[in-house]
Every structure is written in structure tokens, then in C-alpha cells.
Design a protein around this ligand. Structure first.
Ligand code: ZN
Ligand code: ZN
Length: 76
């Protein structure tokens, strides 16, 4: 696998989009992998320095996906 940015040998894969990157072009950013509701707060566990390719755009604001509930994928 080759680096998406420079084409050299890749050493990891972006946690967000799956692009391969080498160490030189790799970036890091926090990745949220678990959330749960406690009586007062919504809590989360995150990896502070998850591998990020630096190319893909991680949205700052959440998406409205109510339409998924209205028409569930795979439901007969
Ligand atoms: Zn590279
Ligand atoms: Zn990426």
C-alpha cells in the first residue's frame, strides 16, 4: 500500500476514511469511539492521537439523520 499524499510506502491507515499514509504525512486527531448516557451527562471515551491522513474532512457539526429512522436500511 502506498501513501495517499506522496506515493511512498505507507505505514498506517487513517482512522476516519481508510486512506493509507506514511509517517511523514500522517497527522493525528482525537477519535471518539464510545459514548454512553449517565444520569447527568453524556460521557465518551476517545483516542487523543488517532491516525488521520490530513486529507479527509471531519465535519465540525453533527448531521441530521432522522431520515434513516424513517426509512431504515435493510428493513423489509
Ligand atoms: Zn507520504
Ligand atoms: Zn482520512
Amino acid at each position: 500500500m502506498r501513501c495517499w499524499v506522496g506515493g511512498e510506502e505507507a505505514e498506517g491507515m487513517c482512522r476516519f476514511c481508510g486512506r493509507a499514509v506514511c509517517k511523514k504525512h500522517a497527522r493525528t486527531r482525537a477519535f471518539l469511539f464510545e459514548t454512553w448516557q449517565e444520569p447527568e451527562h453524556l460521557r465518551a471515551l476517545a483516542v487523543e492521537d488517532a491516525l488521520w491522513c490530513g486529507v479527509c474532512q471531519v465535519r465540525e457539526t453533527p448531521l441530521e439523520v432522522d431520515f434513516l429512522r424513517a426509512n431504515p436500511i435493510g428493513k423489509i
